[in-house]
Every structure is written in structure tokens, then in C-alpha cells.
Design a protein around this ligand. Structure first.
Ligand code: ADP
Ligand code: MG
Ligand code: ZN
Length: 444
């Protein structure tokens, strides 16, 4: 059925040291190797990279991968080189020597994977020359568009240069495309296929449920919220070594980040040491942000307090908690941000602090933003609907959080599969409402 199965299996273990495929990985790879255009929707940490890396190793020619950030590309190249897969990149500023070497290795087919940033498509005539040349010699195996939601203005991270990627199908109609994203909305995924000119591609969508994540909404009272976080850090999120575990606290504004980080930095851990915590936002210069991210990745900083500027390409496996100090603007955003917890599959927490004032504040920000930036009526309506859904998630008192989250993205998911891993299911598990009422009364 799958002509590539044995070859894939061989390289899976020999090249990548991985024993078995995750759901759908093999099917995706076989479809791409058969020349189909494919569209992959898989949650963060699901294992999308392997879906193109392994076919790239097997192919005779070059796989060209578009990725939005230089730092993401560097991680990928390092990972591939670590597995002895010839890979390089044309992204950001580079020196002549690197450029010459990459071009010549690509031309000779020595390179298996070539990473580029989307702006190179426009700015580098030499790159198009290379692509033409590879195509003419049947050496252009496939185009990969990673973080493909960047092509859609309905997504949460639209990037203008991604629009240029339509040229792949227009200029090289015979070269298969693989687009990958962790976006779960129907609207964005439809848009991606239109923009990339692959409306008839094969679509692979896996479940976005993350069984190891615990969902919880906590009431945000401005007076006590910092104390509440402090005790969470000091108890639930302190490991056996007395050290607070790795986590992210998302805030709405730069000022809020600095405030929260400042207040929590006084915290002493059970091992007697001060907590190592820093803020991260777009107001800092590039170098400062990079340093913070790197130190956090190396566990020198335990907790990062950030705006959503801190996001894409974080693949730290052992993030034990993602706390939202303020309400996100959409469930799309919440799914992405909270999804950075627990990539290693271990139990991790997604906690949202909510009060009605925050949702008013965001409505106000959206309205002023719309006036200042000439946002279309349609987009404004979209923003309002997105915020409403987020608010429903936060205000829910009976249903399961997972059900709310996943049903919003069109996934059929039922309460029984949550198994008490969200606050609402946990509260209702084994207790009848009557019993619950009694305990509430007893407390008051
Ligand atoms: P994403 O879908 O977010 O791009 P990645 O491709 O970065 O996810 O993969 C997340 C992690 O899962 C990586 O550490 C990767 O090595 C690992 N991984 C991918 N596929 C498998 C597999 N079949 N078995 C075990 N680990 C895997
Ligand atoms: Mg990825
Ligand atoms: Zn639940």
C-alpha cells in the first residue's frame, strides 16, 4: 500500500533515532513522496518537522523549506546537522562564504534541505535562478511551507512576505507542496489553501487535544492575583528539588509584564534561592530578547513574563505551566500560547486568570486599534466574535473546558474523554451538584 514504508522506517531509526511514527506522520510522508500537495494541521509539538525532514532524506534532490524566523531556521539546521543530514539556509544576513557554499551544495544536490525566509523569494534573483536550475534537472523535490498560517490575514501571525509563496505553485506547478501549521480554525485553513494555490491538496488533520495539559480558570481579583500566583509557584509548581519549574506568564501589555515580573522577582524558593524571572516584550531590543529566550531555554531563567511577542518557535520541552495573567484576544491565541506547555508529554498546567474588567479592557483596545489602523468592518466583526468565544471559555461554569476549546475548532470531543483534567470536570467528578452545594455552604 505504501511503497516507501520500509525506507521510511529505516531512516526513522537510523537517521533520527526515533522508534515509531506518531499518528499520521507516515501517511503524510507517503502522500508527499507520491507527489501530492499536502496540508498538515497538527498541534504544537505534534511532530510536523519530521513530516518533511524524513522525505527530504529519502529524496534524490533538494527540499526547500520556508520558515518565518531566522532563529527557527537555525534550530532546524542544527537539529538536522546533528543527525548528519546535509542542511543549510539562506536567511537573514550571511557572509559571502556561507552563501557561496550553500548555493553550490544546493546546486550539486549535496544538500538535502535548504531553508529560506520568505523575503528571500523577492529579494534574491540568485535564489530563483537556483530553483529554476534544480527544477530543470528534476532535483527540486518539494516546497515546504512551515508555519503556513502566516499566509493568512485571518491567522494570528500574518506576514506579508508569505503571500509571495503563491509563486511556488504558479511557477513550479509540478513540484509538490507541503504546508504545515498548528492553526485549527476552518477559516484560516481554507484561506491557506487558497493563498498557496493548492485548493485540492490532501488534508491531514490530527486531534488538537493535548491529554497531558490541565486546564483551569481562576478568578482574577486585582488585589490578590499576585499572591495567588506566588502560592501556585511555591507549591504546585515547585519541584522535589525545591526549585520552581519552567513556565511562562502571559500579560497583555509591556507595562504589565514589567510589573508582574518585578513583583514576583522577590519570591524566595523553597531551596532558599531567589526565583530567576525576566520579562520579555517588543519594547526591548533584539539582543536583549534573544538573551532572555536563550537563558530561559537553558533553564538559567525559570519563569518568563511576556507579551505574545514571545511565541513562535519556542520548543522547550519541559514547560510545566503557562499562566495567562490577562485574557487572550481569541481562543486561537489561547490554544497556541497555552499549547507551549508540556511538549514532553508530561503533566503541565494551563491557567487563565479572568475577570470581566479584563474583557472590557480588551474590547476597548480593539476599538481604539480599529480606529487608528483603519481596520475593515469585517475584521472588526471577526475580532469581536473571537473575543466573545474567549470570554465564553473563561466564564463557563458547567461544561468541560476541553469540550469548549476543541468544539470551537470543529473537533468532536466529548466530556467523558477529559477524565477530570480540567477544573470544571474535576469539580464535578464524583460529586453531585447537591454535595457541591453543601460544601459551598459549609465554607461560608
Ligand atoms: P511541531 O509540530 O510543533 O513542529 P516538532 O516537529 O518540533 O513539532 O516536534 C516536536 C518534538 O517531537 C520534537 O522533539 C521531535 O523530535 C519529536 N518527535 C516528532 N516525531 C516523533 C516521533 N514519531 N516519535 C517521537 N518523537 C517525535
Ligand atoms: Mg514546527
Ligand atoms: Zn473537562
Amino acid at each position: 500500500e505504501f511503497p516507501w514504508s520500509s525506507l521510511l522506517k529505516l531512516h526513522l531509526s537510523q537517521t533520527f533515532g526515533i522508534r515509531s511514527f506518531r499518528p499520521m506522520q507516515r501517511e503524510i510522508m507517503c502522500a508527499s513522496l507520491s507527489g501530492h500537495d499536502v496540508f498538515v494541521l497538527m498541534p504544537t509539538g505534534g511532530g510536523k518537522s519530521l513530516c518533511y525532514q524524513l522525505p527530504a532524506v529519502i529524496g534524490e534532490g533538494v527540499t526547500v523549506v520556508v520558515s518565518p524566523l531566522v532563529s527557527l531556521i537555525q534550530d532546524q539546521v542544527a537539529h538536522l546537522e546533528g543527525n548528519r543530514v546535509p542542511a543549510s539556509h539562506l536567511s537573514g544576513p550571511y557572509d559571502q562564504e556561507h552563501y557561496r557554499q550553500t548555493m553550490s551544495m544546493a546546486r550539486s544536490g549535496e544538500l538535502k534541505v535548504l531553508f529560506i525566509t520568505p523575503e528571500k523569494i523577492a529579494s534574491s534573483g540568485a535564489l530563483l535562478g537556483l530553483l529554476n536550475d534544480l527544477r530543470d534537472r528534476n532535483m527540486l523535490d518539494r516546497f515546504v511551507v512551515d508555519e503556513a498560517h502566516c499566509v493568512s490575514s485571518w491567522g494570528h501571525d500574518f506576514r506579508k512576505d508569505y503571500i509571495r509563496l503563491r509563486c511556488f505553485k504558479e511557477m513550479y506547478p509540478t513540484v509538490p507542496i507541503m504546508a504545515l501549521t498548528a492553526t485549527a480554525t476552518a477559516r484560516v485553513s481554507h484561506d491557506i489553501r487558497q493563498q498557496l494555490r493548492i485548493p485540492k491538496c490532501l488534508v491531514f488533520k490530527s486531534s488538537f487535544n493535548r491529554p497531558n495539559l490541565r486546564y483551569e480558570v481562576r478568578k482574577k481579583s486585582p488585589k490578590t492575583v499576585i499572591d495567588d500566583i506566588t502560592s501556585l509557584l511555591g507549591e504546585r509548581f515547585t519541584g522535589n528539588d525545591g526549585r520552581i519549574q519552567s513556565g511562562i506568564i502571559y500579560c497583555l501589555s509591556k507595562k504589565e509584564c514589567e510589573d508582574v515580573a518585578g513583583k514576583l522577582s522577590r519570591l524566595k524558593q523553597r531551596n532558599g534561592r531567589k526565583l530567576s524571572i525576566r520579562h520579555y516584550h517588543a519594547g526591548q531590543n533584539h539582543q536583549e530578547r534573544e538573551e532572555t529566550q536563550l537563558m530561559w531555554s537553558n533553564n538559567e531563567i525559570q519563569v518568563i513574563v511576556a507579551t505574545i511577542a514571545f511565541g513562535m518557535g519556542i520548543d522547550k520541552p519541559d514547560v510545566r505551566f503557562v499562566i495567562h495573567y490577562s485574557l487572550p484576544k481569541s481562543l486561537e491565541g489561547y490554544l497556541q500560547e497555552s499549547g507551549r506547555a508540556g511538549r514532553d508529554g508530561r503533566k503541565s498546567w494551563c491557567i487563565l486568570y479572568y475577570n470581566y474588567g479584563d474583557s472590557r479592557r480588551i474590547t476597548f483596545l480593539l476599538e481604539t486599534g480599529a480606529k487608528e489602523n483603519n481596520v475593515t468592518k469585517e475584521q472588526q466583526e471577526h475580532n469581536r466574535t473571537a473575543l466573545d468565544a474567549m470570554r465564553c471559555y473563561a466564564e463557563e461554569q458547567v461544561q468541560c473546558r476541553r469540550v469548549l476549546l476543541l468544539n470551537y475548532f470543529g473537533e468532536k470531543f466529548t466530556k467523558d474523554k477529559c477524565r477530570g483534567t480540567c477544573d470544571l470536570c474535576e469539580n464535578n467528578q464524583g460529586k453531585s451538584f447537591h454535595e457541591k452545594d453543601m460544601t459551598e455552604q459549609a465554607k461560608s
